[in-house]
Design a protein around this ligand. Structure first.
Ligand code: SF4
Length: 643
């Protein structure tokens, strides 16, 4: 449907894999104003489609691949797209965000989003050329069964031969793990992964190996001159900020390992401890100094957080912090070269490194506790590569680890040390010394996710240093940060652009007077935040540290300010929750494993555990959800989710 707004291509297409029919999905400018794009748009489409009875591996399940309005407008770090579906890993809404170039080229093909239904009769890959769909047989083309890089190379070769020249395009594929329905299978685009919640398994079940997109549609920008100037200013701001211009480009997310160690929040031995004695071998400094060859980044990204390392003579993507933490101290492995190799193997098989590593750590502890005789031991790294293959091809104990830690614990016991929430394994941030992050993990709509949870750890030791044990104000900050990140994601941008929200001097001068005052004040401003969260539209202004809002005005032509931006994020977050509730989610599911809520990390300090129940009550109130964690009718109406 045509749109008056810039940034959008004005077309959402429904693709029925069963019949290979492609038709237009109705999506109006009103929908664009309320549900923006990316993740929020996908939630709305799934909300309108699902009754709560659907199963992840069924023809009724829908896969929504969506871009945001800023994708392709030149805004920093805007080469992102989102995949959402009913997750086979959690049984609730799964979403995952990805860099790479696919989102940009989907828009070049003239399409904002794909709503994929049904199931291919044969193993298939799809070519989209300027809105035309060509369904290819993935067996005849020799693509089904290939690992990720081989599959992408093969598709590239086929298309370049067909076109007769090296035309630019974007692609997303699954690996053997997705084909074999490993519940935490990823989708990979270039070297970037939509890793979480098992998007790859749903593609695999639908017999869909990959999608390639290309085209020559132009992006319409409402005010090109102002948009260009604004983006130049924004790029400069990000490049000068200590987090986005120094820490992330210099060491990537791996920079955080040493800070986490210092703060006692580095998951160690399956979250038994928060510090790893041998962290020096597997931290960001070691990665940067001894292994990083060159920094890489997604399209239009000035931050370039990705590492490139050498594995067996090939230049491949280096590990993120979560992988370093969970495949390092998490399983008591002190060998960086192991992690580089394993990270590449997991990417090639198409598996989420977080869930895979955490499920292996659970299995090691279950073996140590005598619950499951599986031969896996902490610190014993022999055979891990073979185990990855066994998981991806569902062989032996790999077949069980392929189902994630919750299912394994339901079978063998040890649920208290299966480090997951709603079936999704937590990232590497140990929350007993960052309790706001603990709340975020527990209430996150997609399960134990650090980002969807609000990433409060940035206040609790990884940027600012507020009291990490106090529950005060944590619920209010969690809501604000969740809503902010929801909207950044809906726009088509990378969440790392939000790092620059904190003025640089707070980061570079941790002992400065202003920083100390800010850290001390944070637990006491919950009341003020509650007012903002209740009525964000009262903040009808643009903030100098937050460039995102003006980009909407110049590129998209949509009315926007900070308050409206937050309200859109709140709408998306609550919509996703309402959708989860249809699948039975309530307060009883907003939990953490008992190890984190009942066992102090420091046996001599009873405060070093997550006071979850107390924070949840405040959080639900702030959100306008009832005490059972269900959004009230009044809240749904206020947010225009229902009429
Ligand atoms: S910050 Fe990193 S993940 Fe985000 S867009 Fe840039 S390179 Fe990609």
């Amino acid at each position: 449907m045509e749109t008056k707004y810039g940034g959008y291509m004005g077309k959402v297409l429904e693709v029925d894999l069963t019949t290979q029919a492609v038709s237009e999905y109705p999506w109006t400018d009103k929908d664009r104003e309320l549900f923006i794009g990316g993740k929020t748009m996908a939630d709305k489409i799934l909300y309108d489609s699902f009754t709560g009875q659907e199963k992840p591996f069924s023809e009724e399940n829908i896969l929504v691949i969506s871009t945001g309005p800023l994708t392709g407008t030149g805004a920093p770090s805007s080469g992102r797209y989102n995949i959402a579906t009913l997750s086979p890993q959690t049984g609730i809404i799964g979403t995952s965000n990805c860099g790479g170039s696919f989102g940009y080229y989907l828009k070049k093909a003239g399409i904002d989003a794909l709503v994929i239904k049904g199931k291919c009769a044969e193993h298939t890959w799809i070519e989209i050329d300027n809105g035309e769909f060509i369904f290819h047989n993935a067996d005849e083309d020799g693509i089904w069964g290939l690992k990720v890089t081989e599959a992408q190379d093969k598709i590239r070769g086929i298309l370049h031969e067909k076109w007769g020249f090296k035309r630019a395009f974007g692609q997303m594929v699954i690996g053997p793990a997705g084909e074999n329905l490993v519940l935490y299978s990823a989708v990979i685009s270039d070297e970037r992964a939509a890793g979480r919640t098992g998007m790859g398994a749903v593609m695999g079940w639908k017999n869909l190996k990959g999608i390639a997109a290309t085209g020559n549609h132009e992006f319409r920008i409402i005010n090109p001159e102002k948009n260009t100037k604004w983006n130049q200013k924004w790029f400069k701001y990000l490049r000068n900020h200590p987090l986005t211009g120094n820490q992330l480009p210099r060491m990537g997310t791996a920079a955080l390992v040493s800070q986490m160690q210092m703060r006692g929040i580095l998951s160690t031995k399956n979250y038994t401890y928060g510090q790893y004695d041998e962290f020096d071998n597997v931290n960001g400094e070691t990665l940067a100094e001894e292994y990083n060859i060159v920094n890489k980044g997604c399209l239009t990204c000035p931050i370039k957080c990705a590492r490139t390392v050498n594995v067996e003579g090939r230049e491949v993507k280096g590990p993120e912090l979560e992988t370093l933490g969970l495949l390092g101290g998490g399983i008591l492995n002190n060998n960086m070269e192991n992690i580089l190799k394993w990270n590449n193997e997991l990417d090639e098989l198409g598996m989420d490194t977080i869930s895979c590593a955490s499920t292996i750590a659970y299995a090691m502890e279950a073996n140590e506790e005598g619950l499951w005789d599986n031969g896996l031991k902490f610190g014993d790294t022999e055979g891990i590569s073979q185990l990855f293959e066994d998981i991806a091809y569902r062989r032996g104990i790999g077949n069980e680890i392929a189902d994630g830690s919750r299912k394994c614990a339901q079978k063998y016991g040890g649920l208290e040390f299966a480090i997951q929430s709603k079936g999704l394994e937590l990232a590497a941030y140990e929350p007993r010394r960052a309790v706001g992050q603990g709340l975020g993990y527990a209430v996150s709509n997609r399960g134990g996710c650090h980002l969807n949870g609000g990433y409060l750890v940035i206040l609790e030791g990884l940027g600012l240093y507020t009291d990490s044990q106090t529950p005060h104000a944590k619920a209010d900050f969690t809501m604000l940060f969740q809503d902010l990140m929801e909207m950044i994601s809906a726009s088509g941008q990378c969440l790392f652009t939000s790092y620059a929200f904190f003025p640089g001097f707070l980061i570079t001068k941790p002992n400065g007077v202003v920083t100390r005052i800010a850290n001390a004040a944070i637990p006491f401003i919950g009341g003020v935040l509650r007012l903002i969260n209740k009525c964000p539209t009262a903040v009808a202004m643009h903030l100098p540290v937050f460039h995102h809002t003006k980009a909407f005005i110049y590129a998209v032509g949509m009315k926007m300010n900070f308050g409206k931006y937050i309200r859109c994020g709140e709408r998306g977050y609550t919509l996703e929750r309402a959708l989860d509730c249809r699948f039975g989610i309530s307060s009883k599911d907003d939990t953490l494993p008992k190890r984190l809520t009942d066992v102090p990390q420091d046996p001599n300090d009873p405060k070093t555990k997550v006071p979850l129940d107390r924070m949840k009550v405040t959080y639900y109130k702030a959100r306008g959800w009832d005490q059972n964690g269900v959004p009230t009718q009044k809240t749904l109406k206020k947010l225009k989710i229902i009429a």
